[in-house]
Design a protein around this ligand. Structure first.
Ligand SMILES: [Fe+2]
Length: 425
């Protein structure tokens, strides 16, 4: 009897132990699971935070880059670069609607052949991009070959299966389409990429609209400036073509010196209008043949200041004005207006000074015939380090030696034979 009781007692204890162990095990498993869940949750949070940080950095960088864009083409290149980076792909294109033809064409692209870029042009409503432009809504496609919506559209030329086409809209008006493609079928865009690219497209559209407005305004101003430049040359028939030749030399030198794009453009504009201040000089002084009296020379010397005052109010010519103002300063400080020397003189003004002097030396006037190219080159070398910046003279001589610019003989507007410096032969 005792043995039965002991046996039952032991069994009860074992059952109790087993129940407790099972509970403990369950609790343990639950604990491990919740720890796993927490770890996964944390990983997701970290991933989201990383994504957010990446997104913020990208948009900050994009905003800064857009502001630095040199022109519309540069801006479109930047947009495609950022969009493909965000989507982690090598294929993308940005199409804009031509205001005159109302057709879409590629303005910037990555991963597409030159032939595709040049030949792609479509009507609004035509093809996938045309449809996006017409409807103003994005299209996402995972696999074009299996998507019934695009059975008639071929995306083979892009070599991609999945893609995203987003409208570039400003105030509900579509101005273009951003296309981002993935090469491999099934390599789809994640939700985060879709969101990011949609924000990017909105930002890009505004930046494009702004730069287009700015460029339109610039073209208008430049048109006026070129008309003014022609008017300056027209006042003195003997210096006809002077401005165009000075501009050509100055731009060549600036490029040879590998100056930044924006500076080269400013030098080009400054060279075109460097003598615009002569508008304010009376004909009896400006067109006087032979030597000028001291007082007449003093009047002529005012033209850089008058020129600077004319263009100073024009905002986009802010960096051009100093080049006009100082184009008669000499490297040794003996020039006018302020007697600046060497690096004190803006590089653009130093370049225009060399180009202007060379053109003037080799051109014929009614009271003096131009000197030969060899003599002009000797003059440049003799005055290098005095009147002229030696670095600029060196660059100019390199250009002259390389492309034989002076050897070319062209026909001027009057049908006369001229050398490239414009001196009638
Ligand atoms: Fe001048």
């Amino acid at each position: 009897m005792n043995a039965v009781i002991i046996y039952a007692y032991l069994t009860a204890i074992l059952i109790l132990i087993w129940v407790m162990y099972s509970k403990e095990k369950k609790l343990h498993r639950g604990l491990i699971q919740s720890l796993k869940d927490e770890r996964e949750k944390s990983a997701r949070y970290i991933e989201d935070l990383d994504g957010l940080l990446f997104m913020l950095t990208q948009f900050q960088e994009m905003g800064m880059a857009y502001r630095k864009a040199e022109d519309l083409t540069h801006l479109c290149d930047l947009i495609v670069e950022y969009a493909t980076e965000l989507a982690d792909t090598d294929i993308g294109s940005l199409m804009l609607i031509d205001k005159k033809t109302n057709r879409l064409s590629i303005k910037a692209a990555k991963g597409l052949s030159e032939e595709v870029i040049l030949k792609t042009s479509m009507e609004i409503g035509e093809g996938i991009a045309g449809r996006v432009a017409q409807e103003g809504k994005p299209i996402y496609c995972e696999n074009i070959e299996k998507d019934v919506r695009f059975m008639r559209d071929s995306n083979a030329k892009y070599g991609s299966k999945s893609f995203m086409s987003l409208p570039l809209k400003v105030k509900n008006k579509v101005i273009g389409v951003l296309n981002i493609n993935k090469k491999i079928a099934g390599q789809n865009f994640r939700e985060r990429e879709q969101r990011l690219l949609s924000i990017l497209a909105d930002q890009a559209a505004i930046a494009i609209e702004n730069i287009q407005l700015y460029e339109d305004m610039k073209h208008m101003y430049l048109g006026t400036i070129q008309t003014l430049a022609k008017a300056i040359d027209a006042r003195d028939p003997y210096t006809k073509g002077h401005t165009a030749r000075v501009t050509k030399y100055a731009v060549e030198i600036a490029k040879e010196m590998k100056l930044p794009y924006k500076l080269v453009r400013n030098i080009e504009i400054a060279a075109l209008i460097h003598d615009i201040g002569k508008i304010g000089i009376k004909d009896n002084v400006l067109l006087k043949p032979g030597h000028l009296s001291d007082s007449e020379y003093e009047k002529i010397k005012k033209h850089p200041r008058i020129g600077e005052q004319i263009i100073a109010p024009i905002e986009f010519l802010t960096n051009v004005a100093p080049l006009v103002l100082y184009h008669h300063e000499r490297y040794d400080g003996n020039g006018y207006l302020e007697g600046l020397k060497a690096e004190e003189i803006p590089i653009g003004a130093r370049i225009i000074h060399v180009a202007d002097a060379f053109e003037a030396m080799t051109s014929s006037r009614p009271y003096s015939s131009g000197i030969s190219k060899e003599k002009a080159i000797t003059e440049l070398k003799t005055h290098s380090g005095r009147q002229f910046d030696p670095k600029i003279v060196k660059a100019f001589l390199k250009i002259l030696a390389r492309n034989g610019m002076l050897e070319e003989r062209e026909t001027n507007g009057n049908g006369e034979k001229t050398d490239s410096a414009g001196a009638a032969s």
